[in-house]
Design a protein around this ligand. Structure first.
Ligand code: ATP
Ligand code: MG
Length: 343
């Protein structure tokens, strides 16, 4: 069966000061099957949001894009970059929907939340206002908003942050999409509310067999929801594997670094958590060889000159890799690191 979403060799570039094109997403390929949750993780500036915006064909006009994105529902493949404007508008908010980090910026402050959800229904379904309103209230019930008939008449500022994010989710699911893109949906919320929203997304995902592209800079959050995990660094997908593989056999040194930065129950709280030293290089000063080289604890001389290759490390697990001598060392050390974390 064809995947619901296929991204092949996606490149997103922006013109730099001298006019040179700077790569913000590099040669990214991944697929999402029906009902599958793919988590995309990486530090700020790694290209996660640009990737999701490309899927919705919502990249800023100055972005230069190449590659293919194919969306296939009912055996009907649609090439996102080639279809007509009217076709993409019909997909957005209908077959594929998106929720963002900050609901306040996405909601209209002077419109009742029920009307905003109803508007999403009216945009895609041949129904009257009354039915659209009823569907809006039903969607609010689905996202567990208490007294939805009454709350539907509220304006966004009358609701708490968590409730506003539930409204955004109601708006996203009201037309029963197949694909939900969630870009840092819980980052702006406090920890308790964050857990509730994650729980809600997980419930809706299984209830509607939603496929999800779930974006977060937090591997712990990703681990709550994802079936498979893609790790992004400086615009590149450096590793893509099942959640189990990522957590038990991380191949790329960057993934290993992210894992060490995830607190566990056994983490010694009296010591600072290990984080990866340094920062993601800016678009204008990317290293010539491996993009992670300046921060990598396993770097060898060759790394500064030649980027590693994308290889299949095991079935269903690909990563950027430098052959031959370091590979086994990296694996062995990663296992040791993980064992150390567990004990
Ligand atoms: N309109 C734009 N013009 C120029 N550069 C841009 C533009 N939008 C994004 N970028 C650059 O592209 C890179 C990737 O941005 P993106 O927003 O996808 O990162 P991200 O992984 O979502 O980060 P965050 O975790 O902070 O949301 C960044 O370096 C960013 O500065
Ligand atoms: Mg982002």
């Amino acid at each position: 069966m064809a995947a619901l979403l296929e991204i092949a060799n996606l490149n997103v570039q922006f013109a730099g000061p001298g006019g040179a094109l700077l790569p913000a997403v590099r040669d990214l390929s991944l697929t999402i099957a029906e009902g599958e949750v793919l988590g995309l993780v990486g530090e700020s500036g790694s290209g996660k949001s640009l990737t999701s915006l490309a899927v919705m064909r919502l990249l800023p006009p100055q972005a230069r894009v190449s590659g293919k994105i194919r969306y296939t529902e009912n055996n009907q493949p649609l090439e996102i970059f080639d279809i007509r404007e009217e076709q993409i508008r019909n997909l957005r908010g209908n077959r594929m929907a998106m929720i963002f980090q900050e609901p306040m910026t996405a909601l209209n402050p002077v419109m009742r939340v029920g009307d905003q959800i109803a508007e999403a229904v009216l945009a895609h379904q041949p129904v009257g206002k009354r039915t659209a309103w009823e569907q809006a209230v039903a969607a609010m019930r689905e996202v567990a908003i208490p007294e939805p008939e009454r709350r539907a008449r509220d304006y966004p500022h009358q609701l708490s942050g968590g409730m506003r994010q539930r409204i955004m989710i109601a708006m996203a699911i009201v037309n029963r999409p197949q694909l939900l893109i969630a870009d840092e949906p819980t980052t702006a919320l406090d920890v308790t509310i964050q857990a509730q929203i994650l729980e809600l997304l997980a419930q809706l995902q299984s209830k509607f067999r939603l496929a999800m592209l779930f974006i977060s800079h937090d591997l712990a959050v990703i681990s709550e929801v994802a079936d498979r995990v893609g790790v992004m660094y400086a615009g590149s997908l450096v590793e893509l594997a099942t959640k189990r593989q990522i957590f038990h056999r991380p191949a790329h040194p960057y993934t290993q670094g992210l894992l060490r930065a995830v607190p566990t129950l056994r983490t010694d709280r009296s010591r600072p958590l290990q984080t990866i030293e340094g920062t993601v290089p800016g678009l204008q000063n990317m290293p010539a060889g491996c993009l992670f080289e300046p921060r990598c604890e396993f770097r060898v001389e060759e790394c500064a000159r030649k980027p590693p290759e994308l290889v299949e490390v095991e079935a269903g697990h690909r990563g950027l890799w430098r052959q031959p001598q370091r590979s086994t060392g990296t694996f062995a050390r990663s296992r040791k690191n993980l064992r150390a974390r567990k004990s």
